[in-house]
Design a protein around this ligand. Structure first.
Ligand code: MN3
Length: 198
C-alpha cells in the first residue's frame, strides 16, 4: 500500500502565533507530502513495497540505501514532530517526564537551555530530540533525516525540526527563538509522557 499524508492532529491555524498557518501548510502540505510521494516512487515494485514504515526505514538503513532512508525517515520524523506540538502546549511538564527531566538535567529551565544550545549547534539541516536511552533522558542531534528510530537503545520522546524550512518564514535565522517558543507554547508533554511509558 502506498503511504499517505497523515492529517495534522490540529488545524493549520491552531499553533498561531507561535507557528503560523503559512509555515505549517507549507511544511505539512509541501515538504512532508514530497517525502511521501518520493518514498512511494522509490519502493514501487521493490522488496520494500510491502513493509510498514518503521520496518522500511530500518531496512533502508541496514541496506545502505541512503536515498530511500532519507525520504522514508523524513516521513516518520515529520509525523513525530506534528505530534510533538499541541495548541496551548509548552511550559514545564507534569508527570513522569517532569521527574525524568529534573533527574537528567537538574531543572526544566536547565533542560530548555541545554536543548536550545544543542539545537543551535546542530550544523545545517537536522533534528534535535529528547530521547530515553538506557533509562535516562538525553538530548541528541541528528543530521539530515537521521532518526532515533534506527539507533539502538534510543526511544524518541519529543523532537524539534531544525531544518530551516521548519521555522524560516516565522523566525528567519533565529533558530533559538523558535526552540524557545516551542518550549514556551507548543511542546506536547502528554505525547512525551506517553512515549516514555510506551
Ligand atoms: Mn521539516
Amino acid at each position: 500500500m502506498p503511504f499517505e499524508l497523515p492529517a495534522l492532529p490540529y488545524s493549520a491555524e491552531a499553533l498561531e502565533p507561535h507557528y503560523s498557518a503559512k509555515t505549517l501548510s507549507f511544511h505539512h502540505g509541501k515538504h512532508h507530502l514530497a517525502y511521501i510521494n518520493k518514498t512511494n516512487e522509490l519502493i514501487a515494485g521493490t522488496k520494500y513495497a510491502e513493509l510498514g514504515l518503521e520496518d522500511l526505514i530500518r531496512a533502508a538503513k541496514t541496506d545502505g540505501n541512503a536515498g530511500l532512508f532519507n525520504q522514508s525517515a523524513q516521513i516518520w520524523n515529520h509525523t513525530f514532530f506534528w505530534n510533538s506540538m499541541t495548541p496551548k502546549g509548552g511550559g514545564a511538564p507534569t508527570g513522569e517526564i517532569a521527574t525524568a527531566i529534573d533527574a537528567a538535567f537538574g531543572s526544566y529551565a536547565d533542560f530548555v537551555a541545554k536543548f536550545k544550545a544543542q539545537a543551535a549547534a546542530n550544523f545545517g539541516s537536522g533534528w534535535t530530540w529528547l530521547v530515553a536511552k538506557d533509562g535516562k533522558l538525553e538530548i541528541v542531534n541528528t543530521s539530515g533525516a537521521g532518526t532515533p528510530l534506527t539507533e539502538a537503545g534510543q526511544k524518541a520522546l519529543l523532537t524539534v525540526d531544525v531544518w530551516e524550512h521548519a521555522y524560516y518564514l516565522d523566525y528567519q535565522n533565529r533558530r533559538p527563538d523558535f526552540v524557545q517558543a516551542f518550549f514556551d507554547h507548543l511542546a506536547n508533554w502528554s505525547f512525551a509522557n506517553a512515549n516514555l511509558k510506551g
